[in-house]
Design a protein around this ligand. Structure first.
Ligand code: CMC
Length: 380
C-alpha cells in the first residue's frame, strides 16, 4: 500500500458491505432497511424499528408482540448489577457507568453458545434492549442517593424509561416524543461507534463486549457527546442578541459550533428537521424555552457564515432541547443516544457475524529503523 492511499479517519473508505441503513448526505436522505426515516418517525415505534433493523423486516403483529413482551420481562437488573452501580462515584459520567454495566453483563451471561445460533442472537438482543434503559435510570437515581425504580409492566418501552427516571408516569405526548427520538437515533451507517462495534464483533467476542466498546466510542464530544455540549453552548450564548458576537468570536478562534457539521451530511440532517418539529410540539404543550430562540438565531447565523462549507445542524443540535424539555439532565443525553443506538449496533453485530472477517488494517509506518539501543547511563 502506498502512502497516497492513506485516508485520515478512513474518510470515504468502505469498511463493510451493509444493507441496514443508507445515507445520502447531499440531499439529506436517511433510510433504515430501505424505509425513509420520516415514515418510520411518523408511523413506527422504537421497538418495531429496532426489530426492523436487527432482523431485516417489519415484524408481523404476533412477532412484534412477542418481542415487546420478552423485552418487558427482561427489563429488571440483577441485584448484583445494582450493587455494582451503588459503588460507582456519583460524580462519574453516566456514559462510563453505562459502559461498565453493559460490560458486566458478559460476566453474568458468558458466551456458552454458538454466536450464529438465531436463539442466542435473539436472546442477547432482547436482553440488551431491555436492560440498557434500566441501567441508565438506575444510575441516575442511585447517584442521588435514591433506590432505583422498578420497571412497570403496564408501560411501553419509552413511557417506562421516563417513569423509571422521574418516578412518575409521563404525559403521553412526552412518551411519544421520546419514542420518536429513539427511532431517529437508532442507526446511522458506519459511524465511529458502529465501526468500533464491527471491529470488536469481528474478533467473535460476546455481544456485551461489542456493545460496551461501541458505548465507549459514542461518548466522545465529536460523536454522541456533542448533544450535551450544545446545551452548554446555548447557555453560554445566553441571549439572542449575543448570538452573532459569540459566533464571530468562536469562528475567529477557529472553535467548533457544537451540533453543526457532519462528515456525511452537507445539508441539514433530516433528523434535525424532525427533532425541531418535536421540540416545537413540546414547547406548545409545556411552555416555550428561551434556549430555542437562541438556537433558531444561531442556525440562521451559522447558515449565513458556513453554508458554503456544507455546515448545517446535525442530529445533536435539537435533540438536547427536546430532552431538556422532557426534564432529562444534560449528562444523560448521550446515554439516551446509546439506548437507541443499541438497536443499530446489534444489527451490525448480526450482519458482521453472518460474513465475518477479522478486521486487521495496515498502517503507514512513519518511524525510523535500526536505531541503536542506548544504555540508560549513556542517555542525555
Ligand atoms: N463548527 C465550525 N466549523 C466547522 C464545524 C463546526 N461544527 N464542522 C466543520 N467545520 C469546518 C472545519 O473547521 C473545516 O474548515 P476548514 O476547511 O476551513 O478548515 C471544515 O468545516 C471541514 O471540517 P472537518 O473537521 O474536516 O469536517 P469533518 O467531516 O471531520 O467534521 C464533525 C465532522 C462532526 C467532526 C464536525 O462537523 C464537528 O466537529 N462538529 C461539531 C461536533 C458535533 O456536532 N458532532 C456531532 C456529529 S453528528 C452526531 C454523531 O455523529 O454523533
Amino acid at each position: 500500500m502506498s502512502v497516497g492511499e492513506y485516508k485520515p479517519g478512513l474518510e470515504g473508505v468502505p469498511a463493510t458491505r451493509s444493507n441496514i441503513s443508507y445515507v445520502d448526505g447531499q440531499v439529506g436522505l436517511l433510510e433504515y432497511r430501505g424505509m425513509q426515516i420520516e415514515d418510520l418517525a411518523q408511523q413506527s415505534s422504537f421497538l418495531e424499528t429496532a426489530y426492523l433493523l436487527i432482523f431485516g423486516r417489519l415484524p408481523p403483529a404476533g412477532e412484534l408482540k412477542d418481542f415487546e413482551q420478552k423485552i418487558q420481562i427482561h427489563r429488571r437488573l440483577k441485584y448484583r448489577i445494582r450493587d455494582m452501580i451503588k459503588c460507582f462515584p456519583e460524580s462519574g459520567h453516566p456514559m462510563d457507568a453505562l459502559q461498565a454495566c453493559v460490560a458486566a453483563l458478559g460476566l453474568f451471561y458468558p458466551l456458552n453458545s454458538n454466536l450464529q445460533d438465531p436463539e442466542y442472537i435473539w436472546g442477547a438482543a432482547v436482553r440488551l434492549l431491555a436492560k440498557v434503559p434500566t441501567m441508565v435510570a438506575a444510575f441516575q437515581l442511585m447517584r442521588q442517593g435514591n433506590d432505583p425504580v422498578q420497571p412497570r409492566d403496564d408501560l411501553g418501552y419509552s413511557a417506562n424509561f421516563l417513569y423509571m427516571l422521574n418516578e412518575r408516569e409521563p404525559d403521553p405526548l412526552a412518551a411519544h416524543v421520546f419514542d420518536v427520538c429513539l427511532i431517529l437515533h437508532a442507526e446511522h451507517t458506519v459511524n465511529a461507534s458502529t465501526f468500533s462495534a464491527l471491529v470488536t464483533a469481528s474478533t467473535l467476542t460476546d455481544p456485551y463486549t461489542v456493545i460496551a466498546s461501541a458505548i465507549g466510542t459514542l461518548g466522545g464530544p465529536l460523536h454522541g457527546g456533542a448533544n450535551e455540549r450544545v446545551m452548554q453552548m446555548l447557555a453560554e450564548i445566553g441571549s439572542v442578541e449575543n448570538v452573532r458576537p459569540w459566533l464571530d468570536r468562536q469562528l475567529e478562534r477557529k472553535g467548533r459550533i457544537m451540533g453543526f457539521g457532519h462528515r456525511v451530511y452537507k445539508v441539514k440532517d433530516p433528523r434535525a428537521t424532525i427533532l425541531q418539529g418535536l421540540a416545537e410540539q413540546l414547547f406548545e404543550r409545556f411552555g416555550h424555552n428561551q434556549a430555542y430562540d437562541i438556537a433558531l438565531a444561531l442556525e440562521q447565523a451559522v447558515e449565513e457564515r458556513l453554508s458554503e462549507k456544507g455546515i448545517y445542524p446535525n442530529v445533536d443540535f435539537y435533540s438536547g432541547l427536546v430532552y431538556d424539555k422532557l426534564g432529562i439532565p444534560t449528562d444523560l443525553f448521550t446515554p439516551i443516544f446509546a439506548i437507541a443506538r443499541v438497536a443499530g449496533w446489534l444489527a451490525h453485530w448480526r450482519e458482521q457475524l453472518s460474513d465475518n472477517r477479522l478486521f486487521r488494517p495496515t498502517q503507514v509506518y512513519t518511524g525510523e529503523h535500526k536505531i541503536p539501543y542506548v544504555p540508560i547511563e549513556a542517555r542525555s
